[in-house]
Ligand binder design. Structure first.
Ligand SMILES: [Zn+2]
Length: 421
């Protein structure tokens, strides 16, 4: 079944219709739709992922929205499978408890709770926890593992029901989902409904300034509907009765922000970090289309460099594979025109290995196949893990193989590579 798609004509945060395209990309398949056979299927369908800026509030966003059921129903991403993320969530929970001092044993809700990794960190600290996540299978497993999780999107009705049945929450988090929601107004209103007057709401999202500065192309796919910056969010949350009281830049996903808000009139004093980051955004003109357009200018340069590599590979009949069946894969494959170049993708993900990638039907094979197939070049598709992948596969380099990184700069890494990654 073809996914339903609609093109928003207004800003996801402020509803303005003054929207301007700032990053134009080639359409990509849905990043998680791996198929059991190589036969043509709806996983081949391509959908636009262009980014638009709202000229009124500065919010950068995808306006082509995939029907959420199609996007999330059989979603396979488990945050607990990534060790770094579990440690990050432990730190987040420790910080919230130390800085915001929620009452011991009070209720913590995570919106988009995935496999419950973040809530588990709160549960370990003695809090009551409740997860909300529309990916049914992941929600069921989380519940089974002791993190009660409601298998649903957050709606106004659900928020009212939770408030009635569980009482107000002292902490609400939206870490996996704040960039993923189309209906941001509905989400913010629901959060306000569930939050205690002295509670805190904390969110994490990849940060637009990092995306532009570090050329994080691999982070642009349909699930990431918003590419947040602070200024639009401050105005947006204020309209929902929430005041941003703290913000922190963190290295997660190569550049994210963790924002903290409380109901307006709440007991906490705002940190100077909020004003400081707003001043930086102002100085960098982050709410101006030309600032974000620089990304496209840089991308065009990278594409030309990859074209030179591809021509060389063709001439020499080189074999090329990909590494990492990550969500960034289809974006990188399409934008660099690698559809007919990459012959297979190395990955051990239990729900992807043995299957075929969306859109281009590249077989996903176990990573130990790297040493049997020995392709001449391996393009890193899991861009967040490039360093680790290369470090773990020195032997492939020693045996004459080469890794290729396309972003933020094009690099060919062989055994003699001495540059920095
Ligand atoms: Zn706007």
């Amino acid at each position: 079944m073809k996914a339903r798609l609609h093109h928003r004509d207004n800003c996801r945060l402020c509803s303005s219709r003054r929207l301007e395209a700032v990053i134009k990309l080639d359409p990509i398949p849905l990043a998680e739709k791996y198929t059991a056979t190589a036969a043509p299927s709806d996983s081949d369908d391509l959908y636009p992922v262009d980014l638009y800026m709202c000229l009124d509030c500065g919010h950068v966003q995808i306006l082509d929205v995939i029907d959420s059921e199609k996007l999330w129903d059989d979603y396979t991403y488990h945050s607990g499978q990534t060790k770094g993320i579990v440690e990050h969530f432990q730190e987040v929970a420790a910080n919230v408890v130390a800085r915001q001092k929620p009452a011991p044993g009070s209720l913590v809700i995570d919106v988009g709770s995935n496999d419950g990794s973040l809530l588990r960190a709160f549960k370990d600290r003695g809090f009551r926890v409740l997860g909300i996540d529309p990916a049914r299978e992941i929600a069921r497993k989380a519940t089974e593992s002791g993190i009660p999780t409601i298998p649903s999107l957050l709606t106004a009705e659900l928020a009212a029901k939770i408030r009635k049945e569980h009482g107000p929450a002292s902490v609400i988090t939206a870490f996996n989902v704040f960039a993923h929601a189309d209906d941001m107004n509905g989400m913010a209103a629901s959060i306000k409904t569930m939050l205690a007057p002295d509670g805190v709401f904390q969110f994490e999202a990849q940060y637009l300034l990092d995306i532009v500065d570090k050329m994080l192309l691999g982070t642009i796919f349909h699930e990431h509907m918003s590419h947040h910056s602070l200024k639009p969010l401050v105005q947006f949350l204020k309209r929902h009765g929430l005041e941003v009281i703290d913000v922190e830049r963190v290295t997660i996903q190569m550049g994210s922000i963790i924002g903290t808000a409380q109901p307006i009139g709440g007991p906490r004093k705002a940190s100077p970090a909020v004003g400081e980051l707003l001043a930086l955004e102002e100085a960098r003109k982050l709410d101006k289309p030309e600032t974000v357009r620089q990304f496209s200018v840089n991308l065009d340069k990278l594409r030309k460099e990859v074209d030179v590599l591809k021509a060389d590979w063709r001439k020499r009949g080189a074999t090329v594979a990909g590494y990492g069946a990550a969500r960034s894969g289809p974006t990188l494959i399409v934008q660099f025109g690698l559809e007919d170049v990459i012959k297979c993708i190395f990955d051990d993900h239990p729900q992807k290995v043995g299957k075929f990638s969306p859109g281009h039907r590249m077989p996903v094979v176990p990573t130990d196949e790297l040493y049997k197939r020995k392709p001449d070049y391996v393009v890193i598709l899991a861009f967040l893990h490039a360093k680790k992948i290369i470090a773990n596969n020195r032997r492939y380099l020693d045996e004459g193989g080469r890794f290729v990184i396309c972003c933020p700069k094009v690099q060919v890494v062989d055994k003699n590579f001495t540059g920095t990654l």
